[in-house]
Design a protein around this ligand. Structure first.
Ligand code: FAD
Ligand code: UDP
Length: 409
């Protein structure tokens, strides 16, 4: 990966570049790679001191591979995404399993038939299971709201139980608002599963990049046409002239394309109002003995402030260390002016946010050279494979395919 550091170097690279990318997360890295492979000169500006965005991983001071911005498990049903990323990483098998602490016992989440047996008396569990399987297919994934809205009193009772024990408080902590104020998409991510399948994700492909996400993103960014500048907040170099619909780089009109993967409201100085995000606090702890817990993640839906604990060695399969590192997650409000809570981890998916976002989208559309994408740019609850898929689609629509563009000499 070609890093550029000095002000002069960055200024001169910006002068010559054809594609300028803000953000070295997965979305930006995939577009950088596609543009570079199409023969274009690319500069990536990243405000952090490292690449890979929120899936950045590194070894901590004890040698344990950890995910700095929360646990990341790769899963996908999109073979084109897996095939593409496989050009930049090897994979190591991992199936994520999650237990939830419910009334002191640990039961599988998504709530499944094993969880049902653990939480109800045998007769009641039997009757519930029978009724579920009369109405739904074996192994079907049913949204929790379908059970809560059921015309069967027994299934309603089950739905209400799961909602109360697993979703209600967790969701309040995670989002700062009640579940019914959120887009239904959010809760649908964790359905009720009508079998004993205890995998957290049901995608066909579930593996982790063998050398980690940072190594994979570095490989994406290692094309000779790409230059990466770390520690560079984009607004130091880029401005938008809204009256002319023109992008300015170093105060001069820019002729290339600008890919922006940061928060869209920030690009416009939040002038229509601030979009809502949720932030997180991570408490890492190193312990002498592995394992600390039975599965990669244990959720604590009814803990006062914490949502979950993840133990990284389960995820990575790392065997060359003796100790273990865990991380506890504490959701919190996002505040761009407070360094302890200024990372916009999650776009807050509710109708007001979406409406405001659409207004920013209209502003962005005035700039022909501007391409907005990524979890923050698109304001969507993207998994990693969604982000990669979106970038690949964009690259295709921009004809950033190697055969279409003349190579840079
Ligand atoms: P980001 O990773 O956010 O990258 C954007 C980059 O742009 C950042 O590096 C940022 O510093 C930079 N940037 C922003 N603004 C500017 C600016 N003005 N100037 C310069 N640089 C800027 N997905 C999964 O598939 N599986 C998981 O298990 C999973 N777990 C997750 C857990 C957590 C806690 C979170 C928050 C997300 C999780 N995700 C998971 C989602 C995953 O992180 C995203 O899908 C993916 O990282 C999106 O990549 P991105 O490039 O769009 O955004
Ligand atoms: N959720 C919950 N209880 C759980 C797990 C998830 O209430 O034990 C809800 C919560 O609202 C969460 C959403 O389901 O934000 C999506 O969960 P997921 O595990 O996909 O969240 P992520 O890993 O993206 O934070």
């Amino acid at each position: 990966m070609k890093l550029i550091q000095s002000e002069n170097q960055i200024a001169s690279s910006l002068k010559n570049c054809q594609v300028l990318i803000v953000g070295a997360g997965l979305s930006g890295a995939v577009l950088a790679e596609r543009a570079a492979s199409a023969g274009l000169r690319v500069v990536v500006l990243e405000q952090r001191a490292h690449v890979a965005g929120n899936c950045h991983d590194h070894r901590d001071e004890h040698g344990v591979m950890v995910h700095a911005y929360g646990p990341h498990i790769f899963h996908s049903n999109r073979s084109h995404v897996v095939e593409y990323l496989s050009g930049f990483t090897d994979w190591t098998p991992y199936t994520h399993r999650v237990l939830a602490d419910i009334d002191g016992q640990k039961v599988p989440v998504p709530f499944n038939l094993t969880s049902l047996r653990a939480c109800f008396a045998p007769d009641q569990a039997e009757a519930m299971e029978q009724e579920l399987l009369e109405r739904y297919a074996w192994d079907q994934a049913v949204p929790i709201t379908d059970l809560m809205d059921s015309d069967s009193a027994r299934l309603q009772l089950l739905g209400d139980f799961i909602f109360t024990k697993v979703f209600r408080h967790y969701t309040l902590k995670q989002w700062g608002i009640a579940a019914d104020q959120l887009s239904p998409e959010v809760l649908k991510r964790v359905p009720v599963v009508l079998s004993h399948d205890d995998r957290y994700f049901r995608d066909r492909f579930q593996q982790m990049p063998a050398q980690g996400y940072t190594a994979m993103v570095e490989n994406l960014l290692s094309h000779p046409n790409i230059q990466v500048a770390l520690g560079q907040e984009a607004s130091r170099w880029i401005a938008l002239d809204e009256t002319q619909g023109e992008i300015l780089v170093r105060q001069r009109p820019f002729n290339g394309q600008l890919v922006y993967t940061g928060p869209l409201d920030a690009l416009f100085g939040c002038r229509l109002g601030a979009l809502k995000y949720r932030s997180l606090q991570f408490h890492f702890e190193h312990r002498p003995d592995f394992p600390f817990q039975a599965t990669g993640t244990v959720n604590y839906p009814n803990h006062e402030s914490m949502t979950r604990i993840t133990e990284f060695r389960h995820l990575t399969g790392q065997a060359d260390v003796s100790g273990t590192t865990i991380v506890r997650e504490y959701p919190q409000d996002y505040d761009p002016d407070d360094p302890g809570r200024n990372i916009p981890y999650y776009p807050l998916m509710n109708p007001e946010s979406r409406t405001l976002y659409e207004r920013y989208r209209v502003l962005a559309q005035r700039f022909e050279q501007l391409i907005v994408c990524g979890r923050l740019g698109d304001f969507r609850y993207y998994n990693m494979d969604d982000a990669v898929s979106r970038s690949l689609e964009l690259a295709e629509s921009l004809a950033w395919a190697p055969s279409d563009v003349e190579a840079v000499s």
